[in-house]
Design a protein around this ligand. Sequence first.
Ligand code: PAF
Length: 288
Amino acid sequence: MIITGSIAEVGKQVKEWKLNGLCVGLVPTMGYLHEGHASLIEKSVSLCDKTVASVFVNPTQFGPGEDLETYPRDFSHDCELLKSRGCDMVFHPDAAEMYPPDFATWVEVQSDMPKQLCGKTRPIHFRGVCTVVNKLFNIVTPDMAFFGQKDAQQLAIIRRMVRDLSMNVEIVGCPIVREKDGLARSSRNTYLNEQERAAAPVLFRSIQHGRELIKKGERDARRLIASMKELLEKEALARIDYVDAVDGETMLPVNILDTGVLVAMAVYIGKTRLIDNFTVDSSLLSGK
Ligand code: PAF
């Protein structure tokens, strides 16, 4: 497995692969990899000839007072996991390689999409994500790129960016990977102390509760959200940031629960902000 922090080296290697007719997959990450990331790597390895993972804690997607400095990092563990899952190249640049001191160009989806859900409390987050993902696409020129459905708003915004800017890359969304007790895998789970870790599956319980209500015939988004919030509020360590039902493509709020609606939440457990979601599909609506 090639490990490099150099944009030029990535370009040279990918060019050689492409001259040999090989298909290249990219898995963008911020490191501290877990089974959720591993599933993205495996998907890429299964669909592409070569897989590149980027490991870069992108400073421009963190707002003031967020966890940029404390974001967990363990590059040697990341490399072990990536190698064991068949990754061919790791791109691990430092911030100076990605952002020259006079960096001044941004990529932003300028609709209401990035202002909903997580965008309400993280106003510059998606501008930072779009900018770095755009740069990674330019550096790696992947045929396919893989993102987790846990970050559903991020995935929808990246799809929009790719469509609007006619980018030549196929975006592949991959299912949420969960712990045995339902907690969605996240690098930030490591912030939870023992008590908080025990409390954190309340997000999944609320998701399951919401799904059950829809199966039983609930179609009113406001009632569903109120009931999901009620369950969350029973957990003393949980503080709700939002629970919302939105159109899965536009991220705009909906009143009726129908196919393609995204039900998403962000909840603080102690000081750690966790996110989770599910999408309403025809099987849920038919009670299965
Ligand atoms: O989902 C993440 O880990 C990040 O937002 C991403 C896509 C790697 C961009 O920094």
